[in-house]
Ligand binder design. Structure first.
Ligand code: ZN
Length: 137
């Protein structure tokens, strides 16, 4: 786990329960009760079929790097460059915008990654990812 604190992101009404779970380091995704698709971030309707029958379910915390970029000029002083921003394809299907920690620069697409947590100032945690251990693939 990364111990440095970063400023907490904004939170809208659909995301309150999702963020609350991060206090216990639980990563959730929405699952549609109508079509079975998973989605992230939390929304009031299913982007695949439009149904409003959505539930938050636990994600495995495993995924692969879909795309990434290395940030060399941070947007504010709280972020120390260089760091890697990535779209991770979660095992359940959705893409998650996140950071890759403890990884090589440059990274490679399709690399297996696994969940880590970064503490926020208010007790929530930010899901970040690190390269998966070679033995766990
Ligand atoms: Zn659906």
């Amino acid at each position: 786990m990364t111990s440095e604190l970063v400023p907490p992101p904004d939170m809208d009404a659909d995301a309150v329960a999702w963020w609350d779970a991060t206090r216990e380091r639980r990563l959730l995704v929405q699952r549609c009760g109508s079509c079975g698709d998973h989605q992230h971030y939390p929304r009031p309707f299913c982007v695949a079929c439009g149904a409003r029958d959505l539930a938050l379910v636990a994600a495995s915390g495993r995924g692969t790097v879909y795309s990434f970029t290395v940030v060399h000029r941070a947007p504010s002083a709280e972020f120390a460059p260089p760091y890697t921003i990535a779209l991770v394809r979660l095992e359940e299907g959705p893409l998650m915008l996140t950071r890759i920690v403890d990884g090589p620069v440059p990274l490679e697409c399709d690399r297996p990654v696994e969940l880590r947590w970064q503490g926020l100032e208010d007790g929530r945690h930010l899901p970040v990812f690190a390269l998966a251990d070679a033995g766990s693939r």
